[in-house]
Write a protein of this length. Structure first.
Length: 259
C-alpha cells in the first residue's frame, strides 16, 4: 500500500505544486512509473476546482467565481500544461522543420502564437464555466480534468519520443515509461470514473469528440515532429479539456443534464 501511495504522491508532486512528505521519491524514474496515476491526480484537481467554483459562486456570482477558480487552479498546477500548449503553438506555428520546431519549443521565451493560445484558452474556459448551470459547470471540471490527463497519457503509446533520448536535459518522464496493460487500465478507469455522473448519451458524444481530437493530435504531432514531447502532452491535455468544456456548454443548452 505504501508503494502505491508513494506513486500517487509522486504523480501529485509532478502535476501540482503541493508539498509532499519527505519520504516520497520524486526522481525521474519514480515519476515515470507513477504516470499511471496522472488521471487520478486530474480527478483530484478537477474536484478541487469544482469545490472552489461552487463556493466562490455563492459569495460573488458565477462569472467572477469562474475566473478566480481558473486562477487558483493555475496556482495549484503551476500552469504546467498551459506552458506546453504555448510552446507547441510557437513551435508548430513558427518552425519550418522538425529540428527548428523542437528548438523553439524548448526556448523559455514565448512568442505570439503561444500568447494567443494562452489568452484564448483561458477566455474559452472562463466563458464556458459561466454559460453552464453551476451544477453542470462543477461536473464538467471534474470530468474534463480527469479525462484529459487520461487521454494525454496514451500519446506515448502511439508515438515515439521526438527528442534525443540520450539527452539528460529532457525532463519528460513518459519518454522512458512503459505503459503495460495494467497501467493502461488504471489510467482509463481513473479517467473515466467521473463519467458515471453523466447520462449515457452524453458520455458517448463526449468520448466520440475526444477520440476524434486525440486521433487528429496524434497525426499533427507525427507530421510536425514525428513523435511527442512533454510539451505536446501538455498541449493534448489542454485541448481535450477545452473541447470538453465547450461540449458541456452545447449539451447543457440542448439537453440539460438535470433532465
Amino acid at each position: 500500500m505504501r508503494g502505491h501511495l508513494g506513486a500517487i504522491l509522486a504523480a501529485a508532486s509532478f502535476l501540482t505544486r503541493l508539498p509532499m512528505p519527505m519520504w516520497v521519491v520524486k526522481d525521474s524514474d519514480a515519476i515515470a512509473k507513477s504516470s499511471r496515476w496522472f488521471a487520478l491526480i486530474g480527478l483530484a484537481i478537477g474536484s478541487i476546482g469544482a469545490g472552489l467554483l461552487y463556493g466562490f459562486t455563492l459569495l460573488m456570482g458565477q462569472t467572477l467565481a469562474a475566473v478566480l477558480t481558473l486562477v487558483m487552479l493555475l496556482l495549484l498546477t503551476g500552469a504546467f500544461h498551459e506552458d506546453g500548449l504555448a510552446d507547441v503553438c510557437d513551435g508548430f506555428g513558427g518552425g519550418w522543420d522538425k529540428s527548428r520546431k523542437l528548438e523553439i519549443m524548448k526556448d523559455s521565451q514565448i512568442g505570439a502564437y503561444g500568447v494567443l493560445a494562452l489568452v484564448s484558452g483561458f477566455a474559452i474556459k472562463a466563458t464556458a464555466l459561466t454559460q453552464m448551470p453551476l451544477d453542470i459547470a462543477c461536473i464538467s471540471l471534474i470530468v474534463c480534468h480527469a479525462g484529459s490527463r487520461s487521454i494525454a497519457g496514451f500519446v506515448a503509446v502511439y508515438l515515439p519520443y521526438a527528442r534525443d533520448n540520450n539527452n539528460n536535459n529532457n525532463k519528460t518522464p513518459q519518454k522512458d515509461a512503459e505503459l503495460p496493460f495494467t497501467n493502461r487500465l488504471i489510467l482509463c478507469f481513473t479517467g473515466a470514473l467521473p463519467l458515471v455522473l453523466l447520462p449515457l448519451n452524453c458520455v458517448l458524444m463526449l468520448l466520440t469528440i475526444w477520440l476524434g481530437a486525440f486521433i487528429y493530435l496524434i497525426k499533427l504531432m507525427q507530421r510536425h515532429i514525428q513523435g511527442f514531447t512533454g510539451d505536446t502532452l501538455g498541449a493534448t491535455q489542454q485541448i481535450i479539456e477545452i473541447l470538453g468544456l465547450i461540449f458541456f456548454v452545447i449539451y447543457s443548452l440542448q439537453a440539460p443534464l438535470s433532465s
